[in-house]
Design a protein around this ligand. Structure first.
Ligand code: IVH
Length: 704
């Protein structure tokens, strides 16, 4: 075979393998290979394509995020408007829907209709256009008539194939939902909190916000998912009609007595979903074809509970008439199809007594009220606290301490107080007084401030102990300076005893001072000072992130440090120069400039530098990076380790290039065993995987 042919064949095989594993991971949530193995496949493909650029195809997995961020999105018109759905909030409304469908189709009362019930994915709708099997364009719903062309972002979503498994000729349009899986959502909110930004209230807002960004690389990092559920009608007839005998025109005759023809008749929506799946498009596999509305209602009942175990958010069930011919016959109103209905899960609510309204001071000084509740069971968890948003909201709802309140856990993660039950409010002398928002900081008594059009009150005091505590927790955090052993309770003691007032003070702590604290022996004090010392060499990106500059997350800190090389370069940079970096916007740039122009912040930076904290980017990796002795090897840890935490053991392995996974396989390089090991030990023994006790592990990582 000529060389080019062989390379082309290798490329095709690699691409097919990568797509297969993307599907296993992102669509079926059931990977067959490790992340490292997947990355290796992608690297091989990238390398081979670099040698043969003429053989790169637009649907190659390397072409997902290509080029720079876009300038903006074009508005485009949908060929067929994207409708919305009518909502039902209880079972009676579903039965009424069934009756309307039956009437519209002129069916007899007892003829069961075939429905397809699907989970209603909590995300934003998207229309995808494929031409000859290749993804050509992705458009948001917009106002239903016109949407935004977000193709570059859609390509960055790994569950969406750039090319269909079957090169379906011509143009097809498929529609569905883009969403943020719970795990990605949680990860993203942690990062936002660390950057001093307010978290997204629910995955839908987060997904919509992500799709609006102009940087596809960011979309890829956020880990959006997609599920498709519709082949646009004009196309359905052509595609779905072909393989079946039944004509696509309505076959239901007026006054016809129908028994089960609805259940067997094709083409139907169920067949479309199977078709989409066969093309390699992501389809949520929980859909069910139901015989009659009662089965569909049953499906709603089941998922009202079971949805909690799903890796993505769902706010209801969509019930759709299966038979496409019947859909055409039923038609639509201006807004909704008459053949579908969204059943909304009830928000889970409970009543309980409001014991106290307390206020919390965040790292950025935001002072916000929250409710302390008599513990109550809600959506499978015990709720003790709920958000009250802000003082204005408390006043508007007239929530008072002592009230019985209605709390709700809806699409949002944190439960909220909906309203007081006024009929149960104590009266007379016991009538509770309205809530008064404190005018001073509960931690330092400084008068609170509020920006002109802001609702949030803030403590302006740089030395406020609550802000200092939160700031230190952030600075010592795993993703910033990573000072192991310096957690909340120790920080509280250090601040309370006025041993530490800011991050620079940490570097003046001695083992003797630390040994005097609660639950601190001489050995732990030594370890902690060593950890604090080691953190000096983490590099400028982590310092910058650790400082907690508003709006500066890990990503922005990396970009800024990388571009300007260290503190001197950043100090000299203008807002425009910062903004010129892909991924750094005006809000971040201005916030950094403001931070650097503040005299107190400059003193802190000087003191950190004087303490020996490295203020340069280390271009060759971490200053104290150990030799990569475990590169390519995977380990599993089981049982309780006595000489170090599991997290520390994991980091020690990773710092040496190794990987830690949760389950033992024949490929595992070693099982690190602490006290009370679990079943993994027996499995490792059976597979002949080397067993490492703590001493052997210590030797391996070179600490003994
Ligand atoms: S069918 C003609 N099926 O819910 C309308 N929609 O509240 C076709 N949604 O705009 C929509 N999951 O964005 C359908 N399995 C599902 C869905 C679903 C989520 C969204 C969709 C729609 C909105 C209506």
């Amino acid at each position: 075979m000529p060389t080019t042919d062989r390379v082309a064949r290798d490329l095709a095989e690699l691409r097919a393998a990568i797509r297969h594993h993307e599907e296993r991971y992102y669509v079926l949530h059931d990977p067959e290979i490790s992340d490292t193995e997947f990355d290796q496949l992608l690297h091989r493909l990238t390398a081979l394509e670099a040698d043969h650029p003429e053989l790169v195809t637009p649907d190659s997995p390397t072409q997902r995020v290509a080029g720079r961020p876009v300038d903006g999105f074009d508005t485009v018109q949908h060929d067929v408007p994207m409708l919305s759905l009518d909502n039902a909030y209880d079972e009676a409304e579903l039965t009424a829907f069934d009756e309307r469908v039956r009437k519209g189709l002129e069916l007899e009362a007892d003829a069961p209709i075939a429905y397809v019930a699907e989970l209603k994915i909590d995300g934003l709708s998207i229309a995808l256009h494929y031409r000859d099997g290749l993804l050509r364009r992705g458009v948001t719903r917009g106002d239903g008539v016109r949407g935004e062309e977000v193709t570059s972002n859609v390509r960055a979503i790994r569950s969406i194939p750039l090319g269909l498994k079957v090169a379906v000729p011509g143009d097809i349009e498929v529609r569905g939902e883009i969403f943020l899986p719970r795990a990605s959502f949680d990860r993203m909110n942690v990062a936002r909190l660390e950057a001093g930004d307010s978290p997204f209230a629910n995955p839908r807002n987060a997904a919509a916000g992500t799709m609006r960004t102009l940087d596809p690389a960011l979309v890829e990092r956020r880990g959006l998912g997609a599920y498709l559920y519709q082949l646009v009608e004009s196309v359905v007839e052509v595609v779905a009609e072909a393989p079946v005998a039944e004509p696509a025109t309505p076959t239901v005759e007026v006054g016809h007595t129908v028994h089960d023809h609805q259940l067997e008749a094709r083409p139907g929506h169920a067949a479309v979903l199977e078709q989409l799946t066969a093309w390699g498009l992501p389809v949520d596999r929980h859909w069910r074809r139901c015989r009659g509305i009662d089965e569909a209602i049953d499906y709603c009942r089941t998922w009202a509970d079971e949805r909690r175990a799903l890796p993505f958010g769902t706010d209801g069930v969509v019930i759709k008439v299966d038979r496409l011919a019947d859909r055409l016959r039923l038609g639509q109103t201006a807004k909704f199809p008459r053949w579908a209905m969204a059943f909304k899960f009830p928000a889970e609510q409970a009543t309980t007594r409001l014991l106290q309204i307390e206020v919390n001071v965040g790292r950025t000084g935001a002072v916000t009220p929250y409710a302390v509740l008599e513990p109550v069971q809600l959506a499978g968890t015990t709720v003790r606290m709920a958000t009250l948003h802000n003082a204005e909201d408390v006043a508007r709802k007239d929530v008072r301490v002592g009230d019985v309140v209605l709390v709700e856990k809806g699409g949002d993660i944190i439960p909220k107080v909906v309203k007081p039950i006024l009929g149960r409010r104590p009266t007379g002398d016991d009538e509770p007084a309205p809530f008064v928002m404190p005018t001073t900081c509960p931690a330092c008594d400084t008068t609170l401030d509020r920006g002109d059009d802001e609702v949030v009150w803030r403590c302006p005091n740089h030395q406020c102990p609550a802000k200092v505590r939160r700031g230190l927790e952030h600075f010592a955090g795993r993703r910033a300076m990573n000072i192991e052993g310096l957690g909340e309770s120790l920080i509280n003691q250090l601040v309370d005893r006025r041993l530490v007032g800011d991050a620079a003070d940490l570097y003046g702590l001695t083992a003797e001072t630390l040994a005097g604290l609660e639950r601190m022996g001489a050995k732990s004090a030594d370890n902690l000072t060593a950890e604090i010392g080691a953190s000096k060499g983490r590099g400028f990106a982590r310092v910058l992130f650790g400082l907690g500059v508003r709006h500066v997350g890990e990503g922005a800190a990396d970009l800024l440090a990388g571009r300007f090389g260290g503190l001197p370069g950043l100090l000299a940079a203008s807002v425009e120069e910062m903004e010129a970096i892909d991924g750094v916007g005006p809000i971040v740039a201005e916030s950094v400039r403001r931070y650097l122009d503040d005299a107190a912040n400059r003193r802190l930076l000087d003191r950190l530098e004087a303490a020996g904290v490295v203020m340069e980017v280390d271009r060759d990796g971490p200053v104290d990076a150990p030799a990569q002795t475990l590169a390519g090897h995977t380990f599993v840890i089981t049982g309780t380790l006595t000489t170090m935490s599991r997290e520390a053991a994991k980091r020690a392995i990773e710092a040496r290039g190794g990987k830690v996974t949760g389950s033992v396989s024949a490929k595992t390089r070693g099982l690190v065993v602490g006290e009370d090991p679990g079943s993994k030990l027996a499995k490792a023994e059976a597979l002949g995987v080397p067993i490492l006790d703590e001493a052997a592990f210590g030797k391996l990582i070179g600490s003994l």
